[in-house]
Ligand binder design. Structure first.
Ligand code: SF4
Length: 409
């Protein structure tokens, strides 16, 4: 099975420039500058590369919305979103640890494509080891003259989950509170300091050298009609071999589970959260779902950032819902009332169920509250508050009925 990003993970010193170059690293950057911007954009377009941070927006489409220099003269930026904070997702951490030059090469190609001379890697504050690895790799690349006229600055986050969202990440970079912006304008038109800015995820950018070297069509054919290439899954929870697995887009969920050794201790599978805790749950009957941007959507959920969380027969779905809502309540930036209040009340009501005081009326309240949050807030965190518990209630009604019984007498 074709692997791209993890192909050389067996090399113990892949993080060092010498090893990366020996394996063909930075040839993509050279080829991109030889082919020119137009040809590069054409290959990107053919590749069907989708943004792999969760939104799934076409990468070439995003780049193409940056206004031309003639129309909007002045600086433009590329920002790497390495603020990986979604519970269940750890692929970016692995990519940066094992192959930092792959990311730097992809970033330099992206900067060339939109003619950006200044770029940034915004890394999660807790990723201290990865920060050091990236800094060392950047120093190596700079000393070897690979950066050319492009500056790359490393910035560290301060622990807010919400700054993983592109617009709040930009606010953070500007020294403000991590409050998501209400688009439009989108960052490619008005991003960092009001200038056109492409924000791409680590995995997305790491794919780019492979597209340049092997061609957009080749890359597209690895995946499905609408989602090209491969994708990394962070598999965790009740599995025998948790870890990061690379598969072609569209691989059935059951194959991903099998690669991770199946459910731990021979227990029965109860549920899978497919893309990190922001994505609605799937049942054990939905394992044939092809994992690309379209497959999970047909089941009412999302590929998200590929954070596959496996839950065995012992999982109590009320406890799962409570855990997620407590996290969201803690991380809500508080800007929108439905999200701020809704997440707080979800947590309280679910807590009541867990401590034995829940009633069926609470389920009706959760249903109504969820409906009144989703679609009425600025960002995806608020949408998640309304969606995640309702999906758990719908797919595992018995768990909820047990914790929220009909009132007697
Ligand atoms: S939905 Fe929640 S996290 Fe997003 S901007 Fe509104 S209050 Fe903040």
């Amino acid at each position: 099975m074709t692997k791209l990003l993890t192909a050389h993970f067996d090399e113990p010193k892949l993080h060092e420039l010498e090893t990366y170059r020996r394996l063909g690293g930075y040839e993509g950057l050279k080829k991109a500058s030889q082919m020119g911007r137009e040809a590069l954009m054409a290959e990107m377009s053919k590749s069907n590369l989708r943004g792999l941070g969760g939104a799934g927006f076409g990468a070439a489409m995003k780049w193409s919305t940056v206004p031309a220099e003639a129309k909007n003269p002045g600086p433009r930026y590329v920002v790497v979103n390495c603020d990986e904070s979604e519970p269940g997702c750890f692929k970016d951490r692995v990519l940066v640890t094992r192959s930092p030059h792959q990311l730097i090469e992809g970033l330099l190609i992206a900067a060339y494509a939109i003619d950006a001379r200044r770029t940034f890697i915004f890394i999660r504050g807790e990723y201290e080891v990865q920060h050091k690895i990236l800094q060392k790799a950047l120093d190596e690349a700079r000393t070897a003259g690979l950066l050319g006229e492009c500056a790359i600055d490393l910035m560290r986050g301060a622990g807010a989950y919400i700054s993983g969202l592109d617009t709040s990440l930009l606010e953070t970079m500007e020294g403000k509170k991590a409050w998501p912006r209400q688009p439009p304008p989108f960052p490619t038109v008005s991003g960092l300091l009001g200038r056109p800015t492409v924000v791409n995820n680590v995995e997305t950018l790491s794919m780019i050298p492979h597209i340049v070297m092997r061609g957009g069509e080749w890359f597209a054919k690895l995946g499905t009609a609408k989602s090209g290439g491969t994708v990394l899954f962070s598999v965790s929870g009740h599995v025998e071999k948790p870890g990061v697995y690379e598969f072609p887009m569209g691989t059935p969920l059951k194959d991903i589970l099998a690669a991770a050794g199946g459910v731990k201790d021979g227990k029965r599978l109860k549920a899978v959260i497919p893309g990190g805790v922001s994505t609605p749950v799937m049942t054990a009957d939905e394992l044939d779902t092809p994992m690309d941007f379209e497959g999970p959507r047909a089941k009412g959920t999302f590929l998200g950032a590929g954070g596959v969380i496996v839950l065995d027969e012992t999982a109590d779905m009320v406890s799962v819902a409570h855990n997620i809502e407590r996290f969201l309540a803690h991380e809500s930036c508080g800007q929108c009332t439905p999200c701020r209040q809704g997440s707080f009340w979800h947590e309280r009501i679910l807590e009541r169920g867990l401590s034995g005081g829940g009633t069926a009326d609470d389920l009706a309240t959760l249903e109504r509250a969820g409906e009144n949050i989703t679609g009425k807030v600025i960002c995806a965190l608020g949408d998640t508050v309304g969606v995640v518990t309702r999906a758990l209630m719908k797919k595992f009604p018995e768990d909820f009925k047990a914790r929220f019984p009909e009132r007697r007498g």
